[in-house]
Design a protein around this ligand. Structure first.
Ligand code: ASP
Length: 417
């Protein structure tokens, strides 16, 4: 069996959904599970809605109306007026009505997940119905019946034992009778509350299903021709890779290559499942395959990550930074759910850069020991160059370098822009 994932751009309007229908017509001979994201920029809009509601601003209903209109406009172009999808989608949106009619009492992250997850639920319902409408037998599955998580809202962790048991019990039978379509990005706690797996997490969902089902492959359909050596939105002379190793893909995504969610690769690597990245506008092109291989790369890969914070800690009495202090600092990072991107330790200072998230950073500050002094800069950019050469560094690194870290395979520059 295979797993396909269609992201926001590939389901952003009626034409895009029709294109999915056309692609899937040529994949009816094998069992196929389809994972979909929310449509277009819906997750951003629902994020705004959740934030507005939490802060009790008065544009909540306006944002919600826009989200609903956008979806109903798409439905209108795909189905006739009597189709049951209208009611199905309305009934799903009602869940947001129920939340916003009362004042918020729960924590923000919990509310966020209950609201933002509706994007995937609605999108999968529309796509599932459309595929049936064009004669491709498709069963809609609620991913929350399979993807079991802890209750770290907005960044939930998978309970692999439970998840694989549920997936293996049901899904092979379902796929014997046609396609199945389900939501990326969302999961379920043991108390039956909805969680999300982190922004762009639908790729990860596809990998979870594939791993639990020992799939033959996963294909992520994108608006680019495959994996490129740089973001085509930022650079114009990009080169596509035909194949990459799992390790290379993990390094690239960890440092901000947004083409695949960073957590996607590991479960596939563990089961030796290849991951194809293919263009949904040219489905017959080969794209890029990520698989078990030793692949020598000579082209520098450029990855840019914005919104970085660089911290420097030193002891208040200007004594050496001790191993115990370093260990405490890392405990604070872990407890604040901060993933460090670059790191440098000197005799008197400890410097690190990471993605700026106000809540996580505030928490980190409260967890730091009182004998450390903290200084930091925000709004920095991290440029990572894999397989660096001097020409690539000269070409791509400009601005004031605040921190530089380099080995034979990777060079990092934290710069002020
Ligand atoms: N819809 C979610 C997001 O935009 C998940 C995804 O697309 O992968 O982050």
């Amino acid at each position: 069996m295979q797993v396909f994932k269609f992201g926001g751009a590939s389901v952003k309007d009626a034409t895009a959904i029709k294109n999915i229908g056309t692609i899937l017509q040529s994949y009816t001979s094998k069992p196929l599970l389809i994972v979909v994201s929310a449509m277009g920029k819906t997750t951003n809009a629902l994020e705004k809605l959740a934030e507005s509601y939490f802060n009790q601003r008065n544009d909540v209903h306006e944002i919600f109306e826009e989200v609903k209109n956008y979806h109903f406009e798409i439905i209108h172009q795909l189905f006739d007026q009597q189709h049951s999808v209208y009611d199905e989608v309305s009934n799903t949106f009602v869940e947001i009505d129920w939340i916003i009619e009362d004042e918020p009492v729960d924590e923000y992250d919990f509310i966020y997940d209950q609201i933002v997850s509706i994007g995937e639920l609605v999108s999968s319902k529309i796509i599932g119905q459309y595929l049936n409408h064009i004669g491709l037998t498709t069963k809609w599955l609620d991913a929350r019946s399979y993807i079991q998580t802890d209750n770290v809202y907005r960044e939930a962790h998978i309970n692999w034992d439970k998840t694989s048991e549920l997936i293996q019990k049901d899904i092979p039978k379902i796929l014997a009778n046609g396609f199945a379509v389900t939501q990326g990005f969302i999961g379920n706690t043991s108390e039956n509350f909805t969680t999300t797996l982190g922004r762009e997490g639908s790729d990860y969902t596809a990998a979870i299903f594939a791993s639990c089902l020992n799939a033959e492959s996963v294909t992520v359909w994108k608006d680019v021709s495959g994996i490129l050596n740089a973001d085509p939105k930022l650079f114009d002379d990009c080169i596509k890779f035909d194949e990459l190793s799992y390790e290379e893909a993990i390094e690239m995504t960890y440092y901000g290559a947004t083409v695949i969610h960073p957590k996607t690769i590991k479960p596939l690597q563990n089961k030796h499942i290849p991951l194809y990245v293919k263009p949904f506008l040219a489905p017959h092109e080969s794209g890029t395959v990520i698989r078990e291989a030793t692949i020598a790369i000579s082209t520098p890969i450029i990855i840019v990550k914005n919104s970085q914070v660089l911290i420097t800690l030193h002891t208040k009495d200007l004594a050496f930074v001790t191993e115990n202090q370093v260990s405490d600092i890392f405990k604070a990072f872990a407890d604040a759910y901060i993933k460090v991107n670059t790191l440098q330790i000197s005799a008197l200072t400890f410097s690190a850069s990471f993605d700026f998230d106000e809540n996580k950073f505030d928490r980190f500050k409260t967890l730091l020991s009182a004998d450390l002094d903290l200084r930091y800069n925000t709004d920095l950019k991290l440029i990572t160059i894999r397989h660096p050469n001097n020409e690539a560094i000269k070409k791509h690194v400009s601005g004031e370098i605040y921190l530089e870290e380099r080995n034979r395979n990777t060079a990092h520059f934290v710069i002020k822009v």
